[in-house]
Design a protein around this ligand. Structure first.
Ligand code: LLP
Length: 415
């Protein structure tokens, strides 16, 4: 974590003290590093080295407006999956001509909003969606730019809940039907224009091979389509590059991009990718405070003020996040179950962690920049955490902690 380092046994976010942040904004809160975010984007960008490309950040990983705006200012594009994400990107200053719209269940309102905004491309996931989009575009007297998301039937070798490229998954159009549907789009539908070809095989991939296998299948299809006179302007190879949470060793961004580019070879198509986690995952941490220590027979519990509603990944995928003390101490190490206040046994942030703890200590749950805040909820009527962006010494509140009043305001009691 290049932006999160110890200085004299105290953990800092860039040049900002986490102790100060906790004092000023309270806990739990997410803390992000602007430098780390910009560095990750630049690493992707540089690796494309002159090749025509567009990095479309997968907004679902972390959709805070400040993060979207920093990426937009760097020239990033965006991969959205809802009308809500569209509004966020536009509000954050994103260029509509750099937006691709993914998702199996886009509804009519969302499609209309995207057509009105003039996005770069709809990543269409079924024949029915294509027909629907054609009809809507016709009613709006416009042409919808489309790419078919094809399911390459590749094993991404990742957690089954986040694997998307196997033929039994709900995503994409089966390879065997892709050509027929491209022909329908090209020759029968008057209000769609084919611009691209797309796939996405899963998330948190730690090997390059599945990406190469999927790219090879996509390129073979692309060549067949071009031979049949169907011109493809861009090839979208999706997201999915993993990060290091614990002992994984995913390929470096540069190796991944270079491998994709060399597979595409001399072909002229613009390359799109949709990274989420690999852009933001290691640029954030969740800052939490120890409320109570509790010693049950054979188990020590550290009950902290962050919970599964703040960070769902451990409960949902049994995901591992490193948990670091904000102040390093010597001695008195115990094995702790780090758990939250929510009334479920699944409410844990980490099992069997070796820590030296006393009440009120601060802990940092690492690698939580992606799918942390964006998957949070209000379960147990817990207001969602504050979000803070550090930039050198500067500390910016980019989302205020929710209040209970805000949570219950939309609700109504019967007369
Ligand atoms: N493109 C599409 C069409 C996607 O469905 C996704 C993620 C991405 C791009 C970005 O993938 P990434 O580069 O972040 O791996 N909540 C899970 C991850 C779900 C990913 C869903 N799709 C987690 O916390 O691990």
């Amino acid at each position: 974590f290049t932006s999160f380092t110890y200085q004299h046994d105290q953990l800092f976010a860039e040049s900002a003290s986490l102790i100060e942040i906790a004092k000023e904004f309270g806990t739990p809160c997410y803390v992000y590093s602007r430098a780390a975010l910009m560095a990750a984007y630049q690493e992707f960008h540089r690796a494309f080295a002159g090749r025509d490309h567009l990095i479309c950040y997968a907004v679902k990983a972390n959709s805070n407006l400040a993060i979207l705006n920093i990426l937009a200012r760097l020239g990033s594009g965006f991969d959205i999956v809802s009308g809500g994400e569209l509004q966020r990107v536009l509000k954050a200053g994103g260029d509509p001509q750099k937006i691709v719209f993914s998702g199996v269940g886009k509804n009519q309102d969302e499609m209309r909003a995207a057509l009105t905004a003039g996005i770069l491309c709809f990543n269409v996931e079924s024949e029915m969606e294509l027909l629907n989009l054609n009809q809507l575009a016709k009613e709006m007297n416009t042409i919808a730019p489309v790419s078919l998301r094809v399911n390459p039937d590749v094993d991404a070798k990742t957690h089954p809940y986040i694997s998307t490229g196997l033929k039994e998954n709900k995503f994409g159009i089966p390879m065997a039907e892709a050509e027929r549907i491209y022909h329908t789009a090209a020759h029968e539908l008057t209000h769609v224009r084919i611009t691209g070809l797309d796939c996405h095989i899963g998330s948190q991939l730690t090997e390059i091979d599945p990406f190469i296998e999927a790219s090879s299948k996509m390129l073979a299809l692309l060549d067949r389509l071009e031979n049949q006179g169907i011109h493809i302007e861009h090839l979208d190879l999706g997201g999915g590059l993993g990060i290091r949470y614990h002992q994984e060793s995913p390929p470096p961004i540069e190796d991944y991009v270079t491998a994709l580019c060399s597979r595409v070879g001399q072909r002229k198509q613009r390359i799109l990718i949709e990274p989420g986690r690999s852009l933001v995952g290691n640029t954030g941490l969740l800052l939490t405070r120890v409320e109570y220590l509790k010693h049950a027979p054979h188990r020590n519990f550290a009950i902290v003020d962050a919970a599964m509603n703040d960070l769902m990944r451990p409960a949902l995928y049994d995901a591992y996040h490193e948990i670091l003390p904000v102040v390093k101490k010597s001695g008195g190490v115990n094995t702790y179950q780090v758990v939250g206040p929510v009334c479920e046994t699944g409410d844990f942030l980490g099992h069997d962690r070796q820590l030296s703890l006393t009440q009120d200590d601060l802990l940092a749950v690492m690698s939580t920049g992606a799918y942390g805040m964006s998957m949070s909820s209000n379960y147990n009527t817990r207001p969602r955490a504050a979000e803070i962006m550090v930039d050198g010494h500067a500390i910016h509140l980019i989302r205020a902690r929710e209040t209970i009043e805000q949570l219950i305001a939309p609700e109504k009691i019967l007369d």
